[in-house]
Write a protein that binds this ligand. Structure first.
Ligand code: NDP
Length: 485
């Protein structure tokens, strides 16, 4: 629920650091605008941009147009009024004076309508290199004394265990945990919220969500597109740090946690931390790395191999595909492999979780085993939740056929995931945001393998552009009991 101030005495300042960048343009401003359009932003919200580039509201609003989802007939007046609430500040990230000017701009707006409370949100849409300067200067110059302060941070959350420690220290010295929002774009999906209800309020799933019934779990993030945007960053960080050590591990934690003691956010985060602590440190023998290459048929210059892009060094060994097998040492999950698969330039774009049940004995099939039930939670391209089941084929004979039990409820009023995350931040709801100690455990799980990749520079297996990735990955999944149908 959004905070409601019946007397309208609360001002909200939403500051976007790095507003000249892609994220602000393509995600943050569209989400803010759509919330404003639908009257979901708290009244009295003013938006401030802060970056080195000189921005002007007039030109910035035109630049934003392609991302805003505007309806020409409906939105024009409201769109103008949205931009009347935006103020651009130019500054250097290491200049305290520039932060003081930003604060003066906020105070001018906050005091203009005699607001007695000033709440401030600082969105760090910036690369990590400037992170320290920005958090330090915010703490010295920008914090509100009459309301709350919250900070939103974007991945990458450092490079590994070693570099995360100072990152975490810096963040936690400046802000309390209750003020920090480490954003994860997947967790706001309705299908993930449904997973909780499914697991904890339905007998059939509650009773079977364990190693007695589940054979293997696969979490996949497949992308048809090659590496294009943020190529420099990608080449330095690689696909494991880009997706696995944040988004995918959050999905894994949500899938595997025990039921929290209560709905209170810290109980949920405690349970996530507990299960992350039980994940065994990843071993390189449980990792397959790949890199896409030209498939020999494509003539499209955008569909070349990774090292053939003009913007990627020719000798790069950065993986564009990874599959890893994680194991959880707990009574519930011992012996269940959790397979994480992620890749670029693959045959399809899809993010999903497949929970594969054990096959049952079955006289009707050739190998005397049924096709196993499978719970599929699809996050994209559209949210779906279904269970693959076996039924009898219509007719006289007793023949089996596969079918899908659709479990998804459609709710058209649900805001998109970026919008709902921003609303959660305004409302102070940290349920879908990671606590800093969770990321610490994630780095503990992945750091040895990442160090091996950085130091030993193993050659990734080549796979064709537009294929499903290296064959060795699928052999590894099969060895771990996952069946592809
Ligand atoms: P950009 O690389 O576009 O950087 C954002 C802004 O930061 C730039 O416009 C620039 O603003 C400033 N900046 C960039 N490099 C430096 C530097 N070396 N020193 C000082 N300032 C710099 O990033 P994005 O907008 O794409 O992303 C922002 C953050 O969000 C990053 O941490 C990114 O990893 C993360 N993220 C982005 C996603 C996306 O889809 N774009 C998805 C997930 C996470 P100026 O020069 O005007 O000050």
């Amino acid at each position: 629920m959004l905070p409601i101030d019946p007397n309208n005495e609360t001002a909200y300042s939403f500051v976007v650091f790095g507003a000249s960048g892609r994220l602000a343009l393509s995600k943050i401003f569209p989400a803010l605008w759509q919330l404003y359009r639908d009257n979901r932003l708290p009244q009295g919200t003013k938006i401030f941009t802060f970056c080195r580039t000189h921005l002007e509201v007039g030109t910035y609003r035109i630049k934003c147009v392609p991302y805003m989802g505007l309806s020409k007939d409906r939105d024009q007046i409201k769109y103008n009024s949205f931009w009347s609430n935006v103020h651009c500040c130019q500054g250097m990230y290491d200049s305290p004076q520039d932060y003081a000017e930003l604060t003066a701009a906020m105070v001018r707006q906050e005091t203009r309508h005699n607001m007695s409370l000033a709440n401030r949100i600082f969105y760090l849409a910036l690369p990590p290199i400037v992170f320290d300067h920005v958090t330090l200067n915010i703490s010295r110059k920008c914090l509100s004394m009459t309301g709350w302060n919250r900070v939103i941070v974007e991945k990458p959350f450092a490079r590994n265990e070693l570099t995360y420690k100072p990152y975490q220290t810096q963040l936690c010295q400046t802000f309390k945990e209750s003020q920090i929002y480490m954003i994860d774009h997947y967790l706001s999906k309705q299908v993930i919220h449904n997973l909780f209800v499914l697991r904890f309020t339905n007998h059939i799933w509650s009773e079977t969500w364990n190693n007695k019934h589940i054979a293997a779990v696969m979490i996949s993030v497949k992308c048809e597109k090659p590496v294009q945007a943020r190529a420099d960053y990608f080449n330095q960080f690689g696909i494991i740090r880009d997706i696995m050590t944040n988004d995918m591990m959050q999905l894994l934690a949500m899938l595997t946690i025990e039921q929290p003691y209560s709905n209170y956010v810290e109980d949920m985060r405690d349970e996530k931390l507990k299960v992350l602590k039980q994940v065994l440190t990843l071993d390189i023998s449980d990792v397959i790395l790949g890199q896409y290459c030209n498939n020999g048929v494509e003539t499209d210059p955008t569909k070349v191999g990774y090292t053939q892009h003009a913007y990627i060094p020719k000798e790069s060994l950065t993986p564009t595909f990874a599959m890893v097998v994680l194991r959880i040492k707990s009574k519930r999950w011992n012996s269940v492999p959790f397979i994480l698969r992620v890749g670029k330039a693959l045959n399809e774009t899809k993010t999903e979780v497949r929970v594969q049940y054990k096959a049952m004995e079955c006289d009707r099939s050739e190998n005397k085993l049924s096709i196993p039930n499978e719970l599929v939670l699809r996050l994209s391209p559209r949210e779906q939740l279904f269970m693959r089941m076996m039924l009898k084929r219509p007719g006289q004979e007793l023949c089996l056929r596969e079918t899908e039990l659709n479990l998804m409820l459609r709710d058209r009023t649900v805001p998109d995931n970026y919008q709902s995350l921003l609303l959660d931040i305004f409302a102070g709801n940290q349920m879908l945001f990671m606590r800093t100690d969770e990321q610490c455990e994630i780095w503990r799980i992945f750091s040895p393998v990442l160090a091996y990749i950085d130091v030993e520079r193993p050659k990734p297996l080549l796979y064709d552009f537009g294929s499903s990735g290296p064959m060795a990955a699928y052999e590894m999944a099969a060895r771990n009991g996952f069946t592809f149908y």
